[in-house]
Ligand binder design. Structure first.
Ligand code: GLN
Length: 281
């Protein structure tokens, strides 16, 4: 089959399960052929070899079974950087870029900044902060061994490993109590338990449950982190969260009750309050 035939046939087949069928097919073709998008568009009449077609068929069948493209090809772009991903870590989302950009704004003029990221996952937040803030040292904790492995791999490939420390820890448990941070950042699991079943198959069947579920009301991690973060922040230190689409008020209130001040929110591209930030005195 030619590249063109493949694009036409499989874009149609993917229509039912993917919002971006053509892009998916092109991405899989790029992976199979080891080329960029331009090559695909300039070589529509090229015929795939038997081996290439076999590999493409394997990938497209996985995709037709709802496996996310990022897991099939093994990477995802975030903040203009490349991140390796595999099952076991959440696929970085564009929404999270709003959180990273806001933290960069808050930190860029400081001489040095000591940041803690709770919930490494792929390392998306940790690595991009270290990359775009040359004044930053980032400590990154996760309870998952896979996350710490992938996070480290991404820190190395993006050349920031010398300013990032990964620690296996259930929230603050294994952190040194005497080390204080300027900024604590987190995109914790925040989906309500009962909602998980209703999520898209690509999410609920493939992404790690532990990275998604935030308890009965989705706020378990915000409660735990907000309370404990005060003990790990310097005077005037900042706590910065990504929150679920309907959680900004609840999380702001939690921060207020716990004594944080100057609490404000930032919207994502869909105009949803996606980031909540506050200070300790
Ligand atoms: N910090 C990671 C990210 O933003 C993981 C978040 C998570 O697994 N809940 O992608």
């Amino acid at each position: 089959m030619t590249i063109k035939d493949i694009i036409i046939k499989y874009s149609k087949e993917l229509e039912e399960i993917s919002p971006t069928p053509r892009l998916d097919v092109e991405t899989l073709l790029q992976k199979v052929l080891g080329v960029d998008r331009l090559y695909i568009l300039l070589n529509l009449e090229k015929t795939l070899s038997e081996d290439e077609e076999e590999l493409f068929n394997k990938f497209i069948n996985e995709r037709l079974n709802n496996r996310p493209i990022a897991y099939i090809v093994g990477n995802r772009e975030f903040m203009g950087l490349n991140f390796f991903v595999e099952e076991g870590v959440l696929i970085p989302r564009p929404d999270t870029e709003v959180l990273v950009e806001e933290v960069i704004e808050l930190a860029k003029d400081k001489k040095t900044v000591n940041i803690l990221d709770i919930g490494t996952g792929s390392g998306a937040i940790t690595v991009s902060l270290a990359k775009y803030l040359e004044n930053a040292k980032v400590t990154s904790v996760d309870i998952s061994d896979i996350a710490l492995k992938i996070g480290e791999k991404n820190a190395i490939s993006n050349e920031v490993a010398n300013r990032v420390t990964f620690i296996k820890s259930d929230l603050f448990t294994n952190l040194d109590k005497d080390v204080k941070f300027d900024i604590i950042v987190s995109n914790p699991p925040y989906i309500k338990k009962e909602v998980i079943e209703t999520l898209d198959k690509q999410v609920k069947d493939y992404e790690p449950y532990n990275a998604l579920e935030g308890g009965i009301d989705g706020l378990d991690f915000y409660r735990a982190i907000t309370k404990q973060a005060k003990d790990y922040l310097k005077e005037g230190g900042i706590l910065a969260y990504e929150v679920g689409h309907d959680q900004s008020e609840d999380v702001s209130k939690l921060m207020e009750i716990n004594g944080y001040t100057n609490i404000y929110t930032r919207k994502d591209l869909q105009q949803i309050d996606r980031v909540v930030i506050g200070n300790v005195l």
